[in-house]
Design a protein around this ligand. Structure first.
Ligand code: DAH
Length: 342
């Protein structure tokens, strides 16, 4: 009897009634004349006389508890009905709240695009250290000793004599590849580079380049031009026009600058292209025989082309971004625009 009372108390305490039916069920089970509580009163006659008094007290307590709970359940149900629809009763038919997905940084997206375009043309991907010695960053690339790029205002020096620098371009990785591999070499080398420059909308002291190198027998300038044209059309669309402008780099001969046609339709177009309609994205040329020889490659047998392009610049063109500082400020409103499912 005692256990039965305990079990019923437990059941009463747990009971919830969110509808009239549930409330009625409660009433039938615990309150009505035929309730389990009533049944227990019937069983009192079987209890040993010396326990009867104590058991009677317990049973009355159970009865009172059941009635108290009934009142509570009525009140709760009333309240539930009154606020139903206005309170936070979950609506299971609503579509789920989507998980907020992170975005890949626009520079990473453009870098990945560049890598996949060149991979399809048979280029490998290589990387080199960001902290470089003078040989790989300058000397092997035919920079004369007094070249202005070696001066303090352009280069971050880590140590002097012998010089250790933060690489100023990814061309240093070309040297490392040529020193360690035999032609044919066909690779691109994306990475971060550093220059001691004032930060503005067009320049930063840390930015990214992708270097390209192709060394084999009979590689010509025509191969270079066709490779760059194909690349530009894959990245920016079939109608994209490119232009190679004669230029100078110590490590290429002849050298050229690569421009992409942007247009002059709006005022903004004219501003970013300085009125010409063309945007410069990098440099290129035929690898200077001096550089091949410095790296242990026979310049009588092999020729090659190289190029180096700015990834920020390419991303600015692709997404029409007017200020390069946006890439590093980590403003969530900027970065969010590049979520894959936006
Ligand atoms: N290293 C040059 C720069 O940082 C870019 C460049 C020009 C790379 C010509 C090359 C090249 O590989 O052939 O401005």
């Amino acid at each position: 009897m005692n256990e039965k009372i305990e079990a019923l108390l437990e059941e009463i305490n747990q009971y919830q009634a969110a509808s009239d039916e549930a409330l009625e069920e409660y009433r039938m089970r615990f309150i009505s004349r035929k309730s389990v509580v009533g049944d227990l009163f019937g069983e009192m006659k079987d209890v040993a006389p010396e326990q009867r008094k104590a058991m009677g007290v317990k049973l009355n307590e159970l009865k009172n508890t059941a009635q108290e709970k009934f009142k509570q359940l009525i009140a709760q149900l009333e309240q539930y009905k009154a606020t139903k629809g206005t309170q936070a009763v979950p609506d299971l038919t609503l579509p789920p709240i989507p998980d907020t997905l992170g975005a890949m940084h626009p520079l990473t997206q453009v870098r990945n695009r560049i890598v996949s375009i060149f991979e399809r043309m048979g280029f490998n991907v290589a990387e080199g250290p960001e902290i470089e010695d003078d040989w790989h960053n300058f000397t092997a690339l035919n920079f004369p000793l007094n070249h202005p790029a070696r001066e303090m205002q352009d280069t971050f020096f880590i140590e002097k004599d012998p010089d250790i620098v933060l690489r100023t371009h990814t061309s240093s990785v070309q040297v490392r590849l040529m020193e360690t591999q035999k032609p044919p070499i066909r690779a691109i080398m994306p990475g971060r580079v550093y220059r001691n420059e004032a930060i503005s909308a067009r320049a930063h002291c840390v930015f990214h380049q992708v270097e390209g190198l192709y060394i084999d027998r009979n590689v010509s300038f025509a191969d270079l031009k066709q490779t760059l044209l194909h690349f530009a059309r894959e990245l920016y669309g079939k109608e994209t026009k490119i232009r190679l402008r004669p230029s100078f780099f110590p490590f290429t001969e002849p050298s050229a600058e690569l421009d992409i046609y942007w247009g002059t339709e709006t005022e903004a177009d004219r501003r970013v292209t300085k009125g010409t309609g063309w945007l410069e994205i990098g440099g290129c040329g035929m690898v200077d025989p001096f550089v091949l020889e410095s790296c242990g490659i026979d310049s009588q047998e092999f020729t090659g082309f190289a190029f180096g392009m700015g990834i920020e610049r390419m991303a600015m063109i692709k997404y029409q971004i007017k200020d390069l500082r946006l890439f590093t400020e980590n403003d969530i409103r900027f970065l969010k625009q590049f979520t894959p499912f936006n």
